[in-house]
Each structure stands twice: as structure tokens, then as C-alpha cells.
Design a protein around this ligand. Structure first.
Ligand code: FMN
Length: 168
């Protein structure tokens, strides 16, 4: 089977830590870590299974490095791509925009035809609104380092088991 990409900014500390934990949890030599800050369209399209790390910044927006790649994404045909998003956010500090980046990215990818996987329950989180919330699920994995860091390990482990099935 083809490689799985984990795409995130190599300049982030927290997102990078989670990306590494996901890589270790998969325990699969066919995972490639790719820097979101210098990814090309060709590189992105060379993977069929993609995990993307999307923290939320600026009161409900994508960080600049993802913003820069979005125009390229908006022109891509992602019909055969299986994509899972993990996001970092702060539900207490930004309860009205918790994890919005994941929702923004989910919409962009689905508009281009991608199949999104790895949705998780909103149970266990407290916030007012989120663009990542669809029915009672997030459109990806929600990690809140600031307020629920002790749950990271267990949330990541469960997500990996889910992805192993959904990526198959
Ligand atoms: C200036 C600033 C704005 C933020 N805005 C949001 C937000 O709107 N929604 C949210 O859920 N988290 C928000 N956060 C929290 C970050 O997403 C969180 O700290 C995350 O762990 C950052 O990950 P990173 O350091 O890997 O980029 C914000 C953080 C900062 C510093």
C-alpha cells in the first residue's frame, strides 16, 4: 500500500509533538513526515492517505503557513484522497472558536472531493461553538494541550486505532 503522509509545520512545538506521537503510535515504516511550510502541490498529490495537523490561531483562523497552501488546495482534484485532520485548540481561552481551523480545512478538502476520516465525538469537551463541529462530532481529532493535556495520550491512541480501520 502507498505511504501515509503526516503533514504539519515543523516549526510548531505542540502540533509537532502530537504529530510525532501519531507517527510512533502507527508504528509503520511507511509514514512520511512532511513540512507544511514548504510542501508543493506535487508532493501533496503523491499521497493517497494523508493526516494533516491544523492548529487554530488568530481567533478562529488557520495559521499563515496553511493559509499560504490553501489557494493550491482549492485547485486540486482530491477525489481519491483519504484525509484525516488533527487539530489543536484551547476550549477555555477561545470557546467561541474552538478548533475552527479543523472545520475550515475540512470544508476546503471536501469541496475538492476528498474523503474525510477520523471524526470524533464532542463528548468530554466544553465550548460554545466550533466550525469543526458537525452534529455531535468534530471533523477530526481535537487536542487541547492547555486544558486537557493529560488526555492526549488516550485520545491519540483511540484515534490511531480508528484510522487504521478507516484508512484500510
Ligand atoms: C494568539 C492565539 C490565538 C488563538 N486562537 C485560537 C482559537 O481561535 N481557537 C482555538 O481553539 N485555539 C486558539 N488558540 C490556541 C492554540 O490553537 C493552541 O495553543 C495550540 O496548542 C497551538 O498549537 P501550535 O503551538 O502547535 O501552533 C490560539 C492561541 C494563540 C496564541
Amino acid at each position: 500500500m502507498s505511504k501515509i503522509a503526516i503533514i504539519y509545520s515543523f516549526n510548531t512545538k505542540k502540533t509537532g509533538k502530537i504529530a510525532t506521537q501519531i507517527q510512533e503510535g502507527f508504528n509503520d515504516p511507511d509514514i512520511e513526515m512532511v513540512n507544511a511550510e514548504d510542501i508543493t502541490e506535487e508532493k501533496f498529490l503523491s499521497f493517497d492517505r494523508i493526516i494533516m495537523g491544523v492548529p487554530t490561531w488568530f481567533d478562529g483562523e488557520l495559521p499563515n503557513y496553511w493559509d499560504e497552501f490553501v489557494p493550491a488546495l482549492e485547485d486540486m482534484d482530491l477525489k481519491d484522497k483519504k484525509i484525516a485532520l488533527f487539530g489543536l485548540g484551547d476550549q477555555k481561552g477561545y470557546p467561541e472558536n474552538f478548533l475552527d481551523g479543523v472545520g475550515i480545512m475540512a470544508e476546503i478538502l471536501e469541496t475538492r472531493g476528498a474523503s474525510l476520516l477520523g471524526f470524533t465525538s464532542v463528548k468530554g469537551y466544553e465550548f460554545e461553538s466550533s466550525k469543526a463541529k458537525r452534529n455531535e462530532q468534530f471533523t477530526g481529532l481535537a487536542i487541547d494541550y492547555e486544558n486537557q493535556g493529560s488526555m492526549n495520550k488516550q485520545r491519540i491512541a483511540a484515534w490511531i486505532e480508528q484510522l487504521k480501520k478507516e484508512f484500510a
